[in-house]
Design a binder for this molecule. Structure first.
Ligand SMILES: C[S@@+](CC[C@H](N)C(=O)[O-])C[C@H]1O[C@@H](n2cnc3c(N)ncnc32)[C@H](O)[C@@H]1O
Length: 256
């Protein structure tokens, strides 16, 4: 699936304007303070998208490398980073989580906003987690959020429509999903319409296949790829227990 195309990337920050990246970065730092043996200086953001975590964490003093397989998403990240002081700018690399190479070892890796769910087969997941592990020093943290299987099966995806304001007018996003319970995936079809004064400027449709995970499965995936699970909780908290009412889970693991 060739997703996060240019039209989708154009609207991404509008659609998720209400997502609080700063407080998610607080959560990442809370995990670091609680579980890291040494304060991290370098941070790898896998599936960095338009760079919202990368930018915030760079502004907080980390040396950030962002990796994403969508060039249109990265183009928006680079544009935003140009507004930061040169010394603070993240480095952005176009690459696939399974194969990218940064040529360095990092102190922490993050994979935020269900990026891990885009690796839908066991082979792809194992390849991505092993590749991330190869980029980390022993003792480094790996922090990610993902769709929590028990809640996906309990709540079930519903059709949703969301409207957001843009500099030009507004964007409407409709999402509908079908579950494949055997493979732990949902095919989510997003339709986006960009409008100015009720005139259609652009429209695009993408289907994203997303995998959801169960706690023991996720712990096993981590342990066979060189990580040890520290904690799993209901996102966005390190202390709220997993529950089938909370769609997203947060995992913190350490590179062994
Ligand atoms: C929902 S967006 C999240 C972006 C960003 N982390 C955020 O929080 O806004 C998912 C991102 O993962 C990227 N992605 C999906 N599969 C990937 C893969 N195999 N390798 C690298 N990036 C991937 C997509 O291109 C997209 O930018």
């Amino acid at each position: 699936m060739n997703n996060f195309n240019s039209l989708y990337a154009d609207q991404y920050d509008h659609i998720y304007a209400e997502k609080n990246y700063a407080s998610e970065c607080d959560l990442i730092e809370e995990a670091v303070n609680r579980f890291a043996t040494n304060p991290p200086k370098t941070l790898l953001d896998v599936g960095c998208g338009t760079g919202n975590h990368a930018m915030e964490l760079a502004a907080r003093g980390y040396r950030v490398t962002g990796v994403d397989m969508s060039q249109p998403m990265l183009d928006r990240a680079v544009l935003k980073a140009n507004g930061l002081d040169k010394a603070r700018r993240p480095t952005f690399i176009c690459g696939d989580a399974r194969h990218f190479k940064t040529g360095q070892l990092h102190d922490t890796a993050i994979m935020m906003f269900a990026v891990v769910g885009y690796l839908t087969t066991n082979d792809d997941l194992l390849a991505a987690l092993r590749n991330i592990r190869r980029h980390l020093k022993p003792g480094s943290l790996f922090i990610c959020d993902f769709w929590y299987g028990p809640s996906v099966l309990s709540i079930r995806p519903t059709d949703r429509v969301r409207e957001s304001s843009t500099s030009e007018g507004r964007v409407i996003r409709a999402a509908s999903a079908t579950l494949d319970i055997v493979h732990h995936t949902a095919d989510v079809t997003f339709k986006l319409w960009s409008l100015k004064d009720n005139q259609l400027l652009s429209e695009t449709t993408e289907t994203h296949r997303m995998r959801y995970f169960f706690p023991q499965e996720f712990a096993l995936l981590l342990s066979v790829t060189g990580f040890s699970l520290k904690t799993m909780s209901a996102f966005p908290s390190l202390d709220t227990p997993l529950s089938d009412e909370a769609w997203n889970a947060l995992a913190v693991a350490v590179a062994t």
